[in-house]
Design a protein around this ligand. Structure first.
Ligand code: PEP
Ligand code: MN
Length: 337
């Protein structure tokens, strides 16, 4: 439920309502719009049964949130959220670029790629240390050793780092080394894991599952938020359809749809959607033109020799020229990069 305050309601009115909610064991989320303040009620609204909240000074009306996801909904928070990750804002005017290899493979590989993506304009270095591979016999990642290498690259370049966490043990380890957790497509409905990262306050890039609807995805994001972690950035990475010419089908419509249903920022991963390097640039440009807040792209110093996702990773040069094109699109749509 939300409580819509009247235009011109005072700070004291807002405080009065907040105190009332808190005294009934409820949490409060205040969104200050240009005209009105909206107070989001966190918790079981039945705590307020019989209490005439609508008669409190400054209150205009009480509005139930009809969606099954609450904290992630636009009703709860009408203004778009900007998630700040150690100084980089996701969801603001400036686009965010995360780039790096599918997997951290060695010290030299991650260092080389970190300097290259930084030079091209990325703010984040990505790299998988825990790799949820389709086959158990494929390279599974360097685990904590990989996280340490990411941290070294972070210290050397000043880039922020993001890495996927697949289980409680990975969350505990990654917490020490990374700026942002990534939840991968295969864990998009692993509700235990979502609750686990929800109990942390570290920002989370939350990828859509290949077979989840937007509504299921937002409900899954609610698992993270309902534990108190509101630092969630959504990421569309392609869904399973009947089409086989790309690895998955990038659901560009998810960008405006999510923006209308949720206040959370949304990024796009064209690499895993395309599965082939040649399609990454066009999909990236489409995503930014459609309103995505940024991209996460796989880049490898020598894609052909990559230990995972070799076909879809860009060379540093291809990534650099893509960044140049994104810069032009950003200018046309009134954003910066
Ligand atoms: C990845 O980012 O390397 C990855 C495995 O992505 P996804 O979870 O989208 O498949
Ligand atoms: Mn990959």
């Amino acid at each position: 439920m939300i409580i819509v305050m009247k235009p011109g309601s005072t700070e004291n009115d807002i405080k009065g309502v907040s105190r009332l909610l808190e005294s009934h064991g409820l949490g409060v989320h205040i969104s200050k719009g240009v005209e009105r303040t909206i107070i989001g009620v966190i918790g079981d609204k039945r705590q307020l049964d019989g209490i005439p909240v609508e008669l409190m000074p400054g209150v205009e009306k009480l509005v139930p949130i009809m969606e099954s996801y609450k904290l992630a909904s636009r009703t709860f928070k009408p203004e778009p959220s900007i998630i700040e990750v150690n100084g980089v804002k996701i969801g603001g005017r400036r686009l965010v670029m995360m780039a790096g290899p599918c997997a951290v493979e060695s010290h030299d590989q991650i260092m080389e790629i970190a300097f290259a993506v930084k030079k091209a304009g990325a703010q984040f270095l990505r790299g998988g240390a825990y790799k949820p591979r389709t086959s158990p016999y494929s390279f599974q990642g360097l685990e904590e050793e990989g996280l340490k290498l990411l941290k070294e690259a972070r210290d050397a370049t000043g880039l922020l780092v993001i890495s996927e966490v697949t289980c409680e043990r990975a969350v505990e380890a990654a917490d020490k080394y990374v700026d942002m957790f990534q939840i991968g497509a295969r864990n998009a409905q692993n509700f235990q894991l979502l609750r686990e990262v929800g109990r942390s306050r570290k920002p989370v890039l939350f990828k859509r599952g290949p077979s989840t609807t937007v509504e299921e995805w937002l409900n899954a994001a609610e698992y993270i938020m309902s534990e108190g972690n509101y630092n969630v950035v959504l990421c569309e990475r392609g869904i399973r359809t009947f089409e086989t010419s790309t690895r998955f089908t990038l659901d560009i419509s998810a960008v405006p749809v999510v923006k209308s249903l949720s206040h959370l920022p949304i990024m796009v991963d064209p690499s895993h959607a395309a599965g082939k390097a040649q399609y990454v640039a066009p999909l990236s440009k489409a995503a930014i033109a459609a309103g995505a807040d940024g991209l996460i792209i796989e880049v490898h110093p020598n894609p052909r020799c990559a230990l995972s996702d070799a076909a879809q990773q860009l060379t540093p040069d291809a990534f650099d020229s893509l960044c140049g094109e994104i810069r032009k699109i950003a200018e046309i749509i009134g954003r910066e990069f």
